[in-house]
Design a protein around this ligand. Sequence first.
Ligand code: F6R
Ligand code: MG
Ligand code: MG
Length: 368
Amino acid sequence: MEDNITISVIKADVGSLVGHTIVHPDLIDCAADKLEETDLLEDFYVTAVGDDLQLILTHRHGTDNAEIHQLAWDTFACATEVARDLKLYGAGQDLLSDAFSGNIKGMGPGIAEMEITERASEPILVFMADKTEPGAWNLPLYKMFADPFNTAGLVIDPSMHQGFVFEVHDLVEGKRVRFHTPEELYDLLVFIGAPSRYVIHSIYRKDENGEAGDIAAQASTQRLSLIAGKYVGKDDPVMVVRTQSGLPAVGEALEAFSHPHLVGGWMRGSHNGPLMPVSLFDAKPSRFDGPPRVACLGFQLSSGQLNEPQDMFDDVSFDLARETANKIAEYLRRQGPFEPHRLPLGEMEYTALPEVMKRLEDRFEPID
Ligand code: F6R
Ligand code: MG
Ligand code: MG
C-alpha cells in the first residue's frame, strides 16, 4: 500500500512542571530535535497537553511498525533525560520498562494510529486529553458518529445515512466486539455507557456490504493501571478523527465537546469531573489538578505533510462549555471524598483504599 499514509499519535508523561501540570518547553524541543534526525517520517508535530508530551507523526510504514514505535520510545527516553536533568516531576513515569521490546503498546505510552489512503482533501482532527481515561471518548464519539442531534449529516448527507461500524474493546477481558449503527445503537450503548471498562477503539465507514470499510476514527485504549497492576496515574487518551465528505464535518466532530460531560480522572485519577474543551494555551490543569481538559489540533494533510495546525477549541463559541465545566467542577468539589465525585470503589482498587480496607478487615464484625 505504497500510496498510503499512516498517522501515529503517541503520547507519554515523561516528567512535568509544576507537579503534574504542564510539559517543560525543553522537552518539546528535545523531542522535535530527535524526530528531526530520522528519515523514517514524512512529517511530525510535537506538542503538549497538560503534563503529556504528544508526538504526531506521519509516515509510510503502517500501524504497529517496530521502527516507528522504537523512534517514539527513543524520543520519550531522550525527553526523560532532559526531565531528569531539570528534576521535573515524575521523570520517565510512563515508560514502564527500561528497554523497548518491539511495540509501544502495553509499555506505558498511549497510542492512536491509522493507515489511510489520503483523499483528495484530508482534514483530520487530533484530540488530546489530560487528567482522564480512554473511556472519555465514548460519549463524544457516539455523538459524532451516531447521534443525529449532534451530527446533522447522519440525516442530511446521503453518504452518511447508512451509519458506521463501532469497534468496542473490553479492557478487563481483553476482548473486542463490533456494532453496526444505527441498527444496533441500543446494544452499543449498553457497553459504552460503562466507559471505565468498555471503550470505543475505532469507527469505520460501512462498505457496500454494510461491513467495516474505511477507518474513520481511532482512539488510544491503553490503561496503565491494568498494565502495571497498580495505580500509576490516569491514561490521558488521544484520538484521530477523519472528517468531511461522508464523515462528520469538522464542526460536527467539535460539537460533540460542547457539553462538558463527566469523565473519570482529575485529582489522583480518582474523581469524576467535567471534560473542558480548551485551546492549547489553556491546557494547563491546575485546580485540584484539573478539571480534565481536551484540546484538539486540526490538520489538512497534504501528501503526508501536516502543514499548519489549527487550534480548534481556541474559539469563543466554546466559552459557554468552559463556563459550564467550571460550574460543574465547583459543584462537584463541594462533595469532597464522597461518591459520585470520588470514583466508585471498583475504580479505586489501585489506590490506597484496598490497603485501608485490608488493615481494618478484622475490626468488621457481623451486625447480628
Ligand atoms: C492525575 C495526576 C495527579 C496526581 C497527584 C498526586 O492524573 O496525575 O492528580 O495523581 O498530583 O501525584 P503524586 O502521587 O505523584 O504525588
Ligand atoms: Mg504527570
Ligand atoms: Mg497527563
